[in-house]
Ligand binder design. Sequence first.
Ligand code: UD1
Ligand code: CA
Length: 461
Amino acid sequence: MNPTFLILAAGLGTRMKSKLAKVLHRAGGLSLVEHVVRAALGVTPAHKIIVVIGHQADHVKATLEPYGVRFALQAEPKGTGHAVLCCRETAGQEDGPVVVAYGDCPLLTTATFRALIDQQIASGKAAALITTRLPDPTGYGRVVLDANGDIAAIVEHKAATPEQLHIDLINSGIYCFGSELLWKHIVEIVPNAASGELYLTDMPEILARAGHRVAPYDLKDSTELLGINTRVELAGADRSLRDRKTRELMLGGVTIEKPETVIVDPDVQIGNDTVIEAFARILGASRLASDCRIGSCSIVSNSELAAAVHIEPFTHIESCVVEAGAHIGPFARLRMNARVGRDAYIGNFVELKKTYLGAEAKASHLAYLGDAQIGENANIGAGTITCNYDGVKKHPTTIGKNAFVGSNSTLVAPVQVGDGAYIAAGSVITDPVPPEALALGRSRQVVKEGWVAKRRAKQGK
Ligand code: UD1
Ligand code: CA
């Protein structure tokens, strides 16, 4: 039976000191709550996941709607127990285990969720709760065990006696309940004396009082359980998540230099024998094939690179496609669906916007190529500019295959340059250039012999 997941994401996140709801802060390339949803999706289908929203509900909902999960509204953040209670209408009828997870625990994995559920089902107990031992348990709820090793109670840090503060076994906030007992007993939570909130952490004691047992599921590696309350913890989670992704890539055959400096988003795919140099960032839904090289400090975002593409350092590529064997950079910028053909060459300080550069074409230095279609094997000289914008509209430039555009040419769009045509250096091209023609669009050079001597004589020097 598929488990139901309740993911609590309605809280304010006061300790973040932020305008943005805590669960929307990003670590490892996603918002915190997205990580939890993704891990849950490894165990159960989207319609079995209910996210409790409240603070900035619309924003949280918009972030998670693409996953197809359901939502329950907690209009006021009256505590984690109250948040679960808000799901009773939506989830109360469903049987099977109910997993409760907090939206601020982004490191949890599918495997851990599955192990927790398996243990709860196998034990036949009312619930299982992930616990771990921390050298510094400050801030976490402390888990009090009974003589059988079951959970007798959870004591929040603030409410703990000096003696209980010494307990290093903590509440992760990840529970798996049998559905019936959860919905039967959740109504017994009473407001906390100090805060007035309903604490979900009261449930083990309530269940124990009713004669049921709650088992600890002790996780030896506590890194997965990090709950994010401050931006210091956010940075820690980011580090762990980035590390997880680069490790997975390296084990899959990708070389990453100084991986601690490299940022790769979770959905990025990279083929084997590709080399990622230090300080590179590969973002969004980028897909890199085998044998590529991404130069140091380059950024590749939502782009597709075919095999053996070589990106030199300090290059920025966003929403583009690069075909096999192409060479780009250093210091190049490609954006807005630019496409670079097979074995094409783009050198330093070249910008491509919504432009197709054909196979084996070259733009080796200092050019702006916008809204242009450039044929294969064309040569774009240094300093070439497509003047694609007249102040109101954008206009296209077409350059045929094997064309040769001399340095410092200005192509005033809309304009076409035919196959194999030549453009003289320094030209301003406003009219179509037929195939195989030479176009000169500049004034003729004038040389005045002896001009300096004449001027000197005039000035009497
Ligand atoms: C909670 C636990 C604590 C545990 C720790 C683990 C309680 C009372 N305490 O403390 O035992 O050690 O997590 O990380 O449960 N939320 C709501 N609605 C609310 C309140 C909170 O949806 O009314 C959500 C928050 O958005 C957050 C999560 O629940 O994602 C946890 O809330 P938080 O305030 O961070 O709890 P902690 O103080 O960390
Ligand atoms: Ca927390």
